[in-house]
Write a protein that binds this ligand. Structure first.
Ligand code: ATP
Ligand code: MG
Length: 271
């Protein structure tokens, strides 16, 4: 397997956890917004057939073959068939819908040589009217929102990932599966030697006896770096259909403040 990517300063972050409903998509959407506020150019890849990240940025389209599906099946020619702008200057997205499921399934049967390099090919391709500028070179960050399972689409994401962030919700059995994710990242080193587990991000945190005990245990265990603790906010739970970044409709709520602090610490850049 080749190196699989050619990057110039851009960082690719995969948001990954095999558990559903732990705040992966909300984390991807909020990080993009926070990075954009800091002047960064962000490319979002919606790697989940549920298309929730595409919805969060108002670009979900159930009908057509989704750009991420074309990317995974290799059926595209120019980056502008895959990437579109959002309403936010500095945030672009490649959207998904249910058609991604079929593409992952077909690819699994194909056994073609560049089976793991489908997303890498987007990064290396040149942007029209931009001279030699590749897609990777155009952005500061690429954030990939993954589904709660591991298929060939996730393997393709890991092939281009620099760092993995694992959102966890400290409810019952929250930490189950963490070792499996860590193992998966280790396996991915075979085709992407540089991939790293950045750490876990505690999401939807409520200061109950159970959750504070779980947080203490996680901190004391020292196995996984804790990148931040995002509080549960009623505003978030209530406004899933608002299709607006949390920082815009409720900048003072615990979750918005939590993501702001987390991104500042993660990037080392305040805003
Ligand atoms: N800090 C928070 N406070 C309150 N609710 C939250 C918070 N973070 C996420 N949620 C809510 O929890 C639900 C699940 O979040 P999200 O969709 O981001 O999870 P997910 O891990 O992407 O799920 P899936 O595995 O289905 O893709 C959503 O309704 C979201 O609005
Ligand atoms: Mg999701």
């Amino acid at each position: 397997m080749g190196k699989g990517r050619e990057k110039q300063g851009m960082k690719t972050i995969s948001i990954l956890n095999l558990k559903g409903g732990v705040g992966k998509t909300f984390t991807a959407a909020s990080m993009a917004y926070e990075l954009c506020r800091r002047g960064c150019k962000v490319l979002l890849l919606d790697n989940d057939k549920q298309g929730n990240l595409s919805r969060a940025y108002g670009r979900y389209d159930a009908e057509s073959v989704a750009p991420m599906t074309k990317l995974l099946s290799g059926e595209w020619a120019r980056p502008d068939e895959i990437i579109q702008h959002t309403d936010y200057e500095g945030i672009d997205i490649a959207t998904a819908n249910m058609s991604l499921f079929g593409a992952a399934w077909n690819l699994a049967r194909e056994e073609s040589e560049n089976q793991l390099l489908r997303y890498a090919q987007l990064g290396k391709s040149k942007i029209e009217h931009h001279g030699d500028c590749t897609v990777w070179a155009k952005y500061d960050y690429c954030i990939i929102d993954n589904p709660p399972d591991i298929g060939l689409n996730v393997i393709n994401a890991l092939a281009v990932t620099d760092e993995v962030i694992v959102p966890v919700k400290l409810d019952n059995y929250a930490l189950e599966g963490l070792d499996i994710v860590a193992g998966q990242i280790k396996d991915a080193r075979r085709f992407n030697p540089g991939i790293k587990l950045a750490g876990v991000l505690v999401t939807s945190y409520q200061n109950t006896d159970g959750e504070s005990a779980a947080l203490e245990w996680l901190q004391g265990q020292g196995k996984y770096k804790i990148l931040g603790v995002i509080k549960y906010s009623k505003k978030v739970a209530e406004n899933s259909f608002l299709q607006k970044p949390i920082y815009e409709y409720s900048p003072c709520c615990g979750a918005a403040q939590g993501y702001k602090k987390f991104v500042t610490e993660y990037t080392g850049e305040a805003r």
